[in-house]
Design a protein around this ligand. Structure first.
Ligand code: NAD
Length: 253
């Protein structure tokens, strides 16, 4: 059977959770040797996946992982900076500690990963950073949104810096996806999110993983510095869906 990521060595952070958990297993299914890293214990066991306890904000943890990869494989082909935390505080209430924590996990963690691991990468390698549509829009969750905008900037700088070495860096921007991160979003808010989504539903982790497989594979060798929303069209209409729906209600098609 043809495997799209055969023998590629790939690190996935946040691999215990929603998108990361499915991603790690999908990459292994596509023939990759997956290094699944998370703060918390990884709740599955599959062939081709090694499990690592790692805090993305800890430089020491990254150095330890780099040494392990160097000894075990001697190279790295892919890195997915997927670990992230949500923070829904608004401008008037967010405290400095929460602000710094959001930046630390959602952006600085990716910086440390890229700085520490990219020396193991060579031409053909691929880095994928998981931002959010909160990095396209103005979003009430100010620390989360700002930290994801910062991650978007980091991705672009990294694609510029690492391009000459043949290493690609791209950003994936999920819309609202059903995972543990969003499990406590009230139904009234979910309804609004779906209402803003032309495809008319929430996303699932499998809506995201296909694109990441593609970006890690040799099918996307000329794609770098790209920022790709996966959001059912949510950000595509720039707020015009409610206007369009209102026009339809009054009979103007
Ligand atoms: P999730 O909460 O289900 O999983 C996140 C994982 O990251 C968890 O396993 C958690 O333990 C891990 N993690 C958190 N802090 C960490 C740290 N310091 N070091 C290592 N691991 C850490 O979240 P998810 O919904 O699967 O989100 C994955 C990514 O997608 C995140 O970056 C998130 O911001 C982004 N995203 C999610 C949505 C959504 O609607 N679910 C939307 C846009 C973007």
């Amino acid at each position: 059977m043809y495997r799209r990521l055969a023998k590629k060595v790939i690190v996935v952070t946040g691999a215990a959770g929603g998108i990361g958990a499915l991603l790690a297993q999908t990459l292994a299914h596509q023939g990759a040797y997956v290094i699944a890293a998370d703060l918390t214990k990884i709740p599955y066991n599959s062939a081709g996946i090694s499990q690592h306890k790692l805090d993305v904000t800890s430089e020491a943890d990254w150095i330890q992982l780099r040494e392990w990869i160097k000894n075990r494989y001697g190279k790295l082909d892919g890195l997915v900076n997927n670990a992230g935390i949500s923070n829904r505080d608004r401008l008037g209430t967010v405290c400095l500690g929460e602000w710094n924590q959001a930046f630390s996990v959602n952006c600085t963690g990716a910086l440390l990963a890229i700085q520490t691991l990219s020396p193991l990468m060579s031409a053909g390698s691929s880095i994928v950073n998981i931002a959010s549509i909160a990095a396209i829009t103005g979003h009430y969750a100010v620390a989360y949104s700002s930290s994801k905008w910062a991650l978007r900037g980091l991705s672009r700088a990294a694609s510029l810096e690492l391009g000459p070495k043949g290493i690609r860096v791209n950003t994936v921007m999920p819309g609202a996806i059903e995972t543990p991160m969003t499990s406590n979003v009230p139904a009234s808010v979910t309804d609004k999110l779906v209402g803003e989504t032309p495809l008319g539903r929430l996303g699932q982790p499998e809506d995201i993983t296909g694109l990441i497989v593609y970006l890690l594979s040799d099918e996307s060798t000329f794609i770098s510095g790209a920022e790709i929303p996966v959001d059912g069209g949510h950000t595509g209409h720039c707020g015009m869906k409610s206007v369009s729906d209102a026009m339809r209600v009054i009979g103007i098609e």
